[in-house]
Write a protein that binds this ligand. Structure first.
Ligand code: TIU
Length: 221
């Protein structure tokens, strides 16, 4: 078995069944003036990982690994936005409100867009998701089944919110997940560290973690 050097033990790579999923690398979370900042966060931490996420995406493309992107967003009529989510945290700007980058987290708004540096290529799958997890109310599982994919490298933001939720959803559905340690970030460094620890604790109870360099080396790129 070819493995990727990972924690807590080598990731059991089956290359033909592997995809990269990049979670929510959107202007609303990474740039000033968006949803992340409206929740009171300093978004500076997140922009720092963009070059590393880009390197992982480009490496996977070069290795022939399918790249899937997600976007957290809602319909313009807010039909897929529960009031409990819209009102949470009493933010200065709520989802659906007009912000400096258009309507916050609404499909098609400029702020909802994936950052240019890590934008999907034509033909790559983009999953628009109304929840934190990428499997909730989306076609992701069907799309993975169609492509016979059973293993996911996971990257993106934020580590303990949409990334971790997606990994837990994937784990329960039978997917093996490897989190790219330096291609994910949180507004809270201690939450990122705790998330990495809890994912790989108890013999990879949720999944594995490895650095981008290690992952790309294992993929021979
Ligand atoms: N607030 C926060 O940390 N994250 C989100 O709202 N969404 C994602 O993680 N994508």
């Amino acid at each position: 078995m070819t493995g990727i050097r990972a924690l807590p033990y080598p990731f059991p790579l089956r290359r033909g069944e592997l995809a990269l999923i990049v979670i929510d690398m959107q202007r609303d979370f990474v740039e000033p003036g968006g949803f992340g900042e409206s929740l009171g966060n300093d978004v500076g931490r997140l922009s720092a990982i963009v070059p590393t996420v880009k390197r992982l995406i480009e490496g996977c493309r070069a290795a022939g690994i399918p790249v899937i992107h997600t976007q957290e967003c809602h319909r313009p009529d807010l039909a897929d936005l529960p009031p409990a989510k819209r009102n949470r945290g009493n933010p200065s700007l709520r989802i659906g409100d007009q912000g400096p980058m258009g309507r916050i987290l609404i499909a098609g708004a400029p702020g909802t867009a994936i950052l240019d540096e890590v934008a999907p290529l034509p033909g790559e799958l983009v999953i628009q998701k109304p929840g934190k997890g990428a499997f909730y109310a989306t076609s992701l599982q069907d799309e993975l089944r169609k492509r016979h994919l059973s293993q996911l490298i996971v990257a993106g933001v934020t580590t303990e919110v949409c990334v971790q939720t997606t990994m837990r959803e994937a784990n329960d559905r039978g997917y093996e997940c490897l989190l790219a340690e330096d291609a994910t970030e949180s507004y809270f460094p201690e939450f990122k560290a705790a998330t990495l620890d809890m994912i790989r604790a108890q013999g990879a109870i949720v999944g594995w973690t490895a650095s981008v360099d290690t992952i790309l080396e294992a993929l021979d790129v």
